[in-house]
Design a protein around this ligand. Structure first.
Ligand SMILES: [Zn+2]
Length: 279
């Protein structure tokens, strides 16, 4: 699943390429991706036509594009959703095309989704409507790239999960927003904290270090356009360039100490760490 850096990369791409453009027409090829309040493709398309994209926001792994007339387009990529910008139909459309937004001037924004688990919602751009329709946003934890995120906030927000391994705590979107399997493993490695450790055993210093490394790794990865994955490209179709140090490197040696990395399962997710560097 695309995590915060990948979704942030998509957000930046749409901000750069789409914000300021006015929708000419919309075609929906997979109606199941349209979720409440407007699930009828015709109504969805008619309403969007003539609206201009005014901003591109992100909260955790969720995208919200502000539109004129007080509306917003909410998007969640889920496992395999991809937004790609094309000019004058210069790219083949692909068989997993679910939605096609054509803008005045010839630019197209295409939403592809091989599993069609992603979501698009056209809704009023108000917190009450958005939270009502997407409860995950209402209960979402701290935004790690926002000002004010620090070890004390992370420690406080994790307090109901102190009995769980720290890795599973980091995957809980109500504790911290946007961190998934890749960046949980990476930030724990860089903090020197074993993913299997119960959250309650972390010291104030550990929480501080962990929060700092979460920020560092997410920023670095976003600046690299995310991590290479079969599931993800940016809006220009480019792959991520971030190089994980432990994620996806099971059976390789730790680049810091040379010890073979260990793989385990936590919260149903494959977890890789160094048994020497992470305690
Ligand atoms: Zn090591």
């Amino acid at each position: 699943m695309p995590e915060l850096p990948e979704v942030e990369t998509v957000r930046r791409g749409i901000e750069k390429r789409i914000v300021g453009l006015t929708v000419e027409s919309v075609s929906i090829f997979a109606p199941q991706i349209l979720k409440s309040p407007i699930t009828d493709p015709l109504v969805f398309s008619e309403k969007l036509a003539g609206m201009t994209f005014v901003d591109a926001r992100r909260r955790g792994k969720h995208l919200i594009f502000g539109l004129t007339s007080g509306y917003a387009l909410y998007a969640h990529l889920n496992m395999r959703g991809q937004f790609v910008v094309a000019l004058n139909s210069d790219l083949p459309q692909g068989k997993y095309l679910c939605a096609l937004f054509r803008f005045v001037g010839g630019v197209e924004l295409r939403y592809h989704d091989i599993w069609r688990w992603g979501e698009l919602r056209l809704l009023h751009d108000s917190q009450s409507e958005i939270f009502g329709l997407v409860p995950a946003l209402a209960s979402m934890g701290a935004e790690p790239l926002s000002e004010g995120f620090c070890g004390a906030v992370l420690q406080h927000d994790a307090r109901s999960r102190y009995g769980s391994p720290i890795k599973t705590v980091l995957l809980d979107q109500s504790v911290v927003a946007g961190v998934g399997n890749i960046y949980a493993d990476e930030s724990l490695y860089r903090s020197g904290i074993a993913p299997i450790r119960k959250a309650r055993t972390l010291t104030d210093r550990d929480w501080h270090r962990l929060a700092s490394e979460i920020i560092n790794v997410l920023k670095e990865a976003a600046d690299c356009g995310g991590t290479l994955s079969d599931n993800y490209v940016d809006v220009d179709g480019s792959v991520g360039r971030y190089q994980p140090q432990v994620y996806g490197r099971a059976k390789e040696n730790c680049t810091n100490c040379g010890t073979p990395l260990v793989t385990t399962r936590l919260g149903g997710r494959s977890t890789v760490y160094c048994p020497e560097c992470q305690r």
